[in-house]
Design a protein around this ligand. Structure first.
Ligand SMILES: [Fe+2]
Ligand SMILES: [Fe+2]
Length: 161
């Protein structure tokens, strides 16, 4: 099945333990959360963009990036570690466990580790992840928009995907 490895990640106990740790830290958070809804939104937007622009990325690679890109967020809350770098490290064992090969893991890890850095390169997994991450947020229906640093100069939130 085309999405077999992604379906395995979704129920992977290590994956779910990262999600639970993030959930604990974000109980009181008024801004965007880093939960399965965010991860799937990013994965699906990244896949829409891949199709829309005829990019040459494999579906499971795109989804793995979306699902795993913020799993290290809890370590940022606990120790101040950059969550992109932490997620890049943490994704490796989950990917190995669930059937991704070393070259696929190298690509996914690299994209995740740099997903916070703006990049306009074409056909670049990291640039795709950055753009999809930004486009995933529902700023138009957010109660905290008045306090969000993205909207301090009267920017109007809009939907692209
Ligand atoms: Fe992130
Ligand atoms: Fe994110």
């Amino acid at each position: 099945m085309l999405m077999e490895r992604i379906n395995r990640i979704l129920v992977d106990e290590i994956y779910l333990s990262h999600l639970n740790k993030i959930k604990e830290h974000e109980k009181q958070r008024i801004f965007c959360r880093h939960d399965i809804t965010h991860f799937l939104d990013v994965a699906r937007i990244a896949w829409i963009i891949t199709l829309e622009r005829n990019l040459n990325f494999q579906k499971e690679i795109v989804y793995a990036c979306g699902l795993l890109h913020d799993i290290g967020r809890w370590l940022e809350y606990e120790e101040g570690t950059d969550h992109a770098l932490a997620s890049g490290e943490m994704c490796v064992e989950i990917l190995e466990k669930n059937g991704f090969d070393p070259e696929e893991i190298r690509q996914i890890k690299k994209a995740i580790a740099s997903h916070r850095v703006k990049c306009d390169a074409n056909e670049d997994l990291s640039a795709l992840l950055y753009e999809s991450d930004k486009a995933s947020r529902r700023c138009y229906s957010c109660d905290a928009i008045g306090q969000c640093k993205k909207f301090q100069n009267g920017e109007i939130p809009e939907i692209k995907y």
